[in-house]
Write a protein that binds this ligand. Sequence first.
Ligand SMILES: Nc1ncnc2c1ncn2[C@@H]1O[C@H](COP(=O)(O)OP(=O)(O)OP(=O)(O)O)[C@@H](O)[C@H]1O
Ligand SMILES: [Mg+2]
Length: 417
Amino acid sequence: MPQIKEGGKMEQQNVDLVLLQTLYETLRNLLSAIDKASGSEPTAETFDVLQRIEILLQERACFVSSDLFTSVTRNIETVLRAEHLNPLRISNFSSGSVSGALLCTIELDTNSWAIRRAIAKFAPGVGRRERIGSELLKPHLLTPTVFPIVNPDLHIAAFVENAKTLHELIISRAKVWTIAKKVLKRNLKMWCATKALKDSRKFAGYGEKLDDTFNLLQEATIMINAIKMKLGIVLDLPLVLNGLELPSLKEMFEIMKENILSYPWICLQHGDEGAGNFLVTSEQNIYAIDNEKVDYRLLPEGIVKFTNWFPEIMASPTKWDGSFNATIKNGQLIIDFETRFELRDYVKECRKYMLDYLRSNGIAIDHRIISAFSMMFFLRAMQWAHRRRDVSGTDRSSFRPYLLGMALKEASKMVKR
Ligand SMILES: Nc1ncnc2c1ncn2[C@@H]1O[C@H](COP(=O)(O)OP(=O)(O)OP(=O)(O)O)[C@@H](O)[C@H]1O
Ligand SMILES: [Mg+2]
């Protein structure tokens, strides 16, 4: 998680431009929401802070001075006071690597609040979504206490002390299988308890998501015959993947779509089942955080989100080990793709554990269905790969061909008879 740091009085600290942009947009949204609610005009200080961030952005300068940092903190304090929270200290600014939300830790006055430390998250609509999500999850999973505030763009929850994310545990090579299984089991239990047939009242469907994924596929670029090309150009060509003759990408997309749309069961899901969104305390209690996407979804979506996320690989591009080569020859798109990754056993075990659990609860899922959802997952992952950066700031666009390769591998399992 990228940290935003305050520079010294004279010296200035390097900060990612993306973070500065986030900070600017978040503050602007937040302050306009507060001004709207209170009916007052923005203060001169608000204008000053926004203007200075804007100048930094225009100049593409990547630092936050001590002075500006103080002003930003003061603005956040104003927001918290409007919610009758009296912060003693605001620290640990960071920015969500995917959501782009601004996070910070606030220490609270224990005379007015039983909770000493809380975490605040700022982004348009995040407060409203997190509150709805946590309410829905509460009967099934442990969630941090949420502060009952009204600001739609602000979420404040009790800080879960002495905890690590499952992601961190996996990376640190701790013995994670027992704990990962516990995380999976909690979610599987929730899915089984809330399982229902697709119903338009609870489930908005996949129409838009599928159209959106198809657009992403058309627009994505890869190197073909050593030239950067849009996939849209090759969608109709029959594919040969590692020597195996397959239908065109467009046809496989249609088959994927049919499989997904015909699946009948929905259930309540966390919706962002990455290992970074489950906190494990030193007593091995598991908290679900980042609950803004909780909703009813098709059941296999949760399985592929848990198992295809490859937390360790996504954490470090250096862990990728593979090759991808695409050429057009005799009217065919020929792709040779190979990947090896260290977490293969973890992923396999997770998938087996989940499918066995569901089968013993009367839900048998055909492998073609899993492959269709996996294909969709990898195609969508191609889009956010370039948005994610690892701790050293490395761009992840280089993952794209591998993600496409994995989508195609899943597609081939889906169409193989
Ligand atoms: N209640 C909490 N207690 C302790 N730590 C927390 C809590 N909520 C969030 N965190 C920490 O902050 C990180 C980011 O929180 P969260 O996942 O809600 O934000 P995000 O914007 O979705 O970030 P990302 O896009 O990186 O997932 C978590 O991975 C965790 O380390
Ligand atoms: Mg998160």
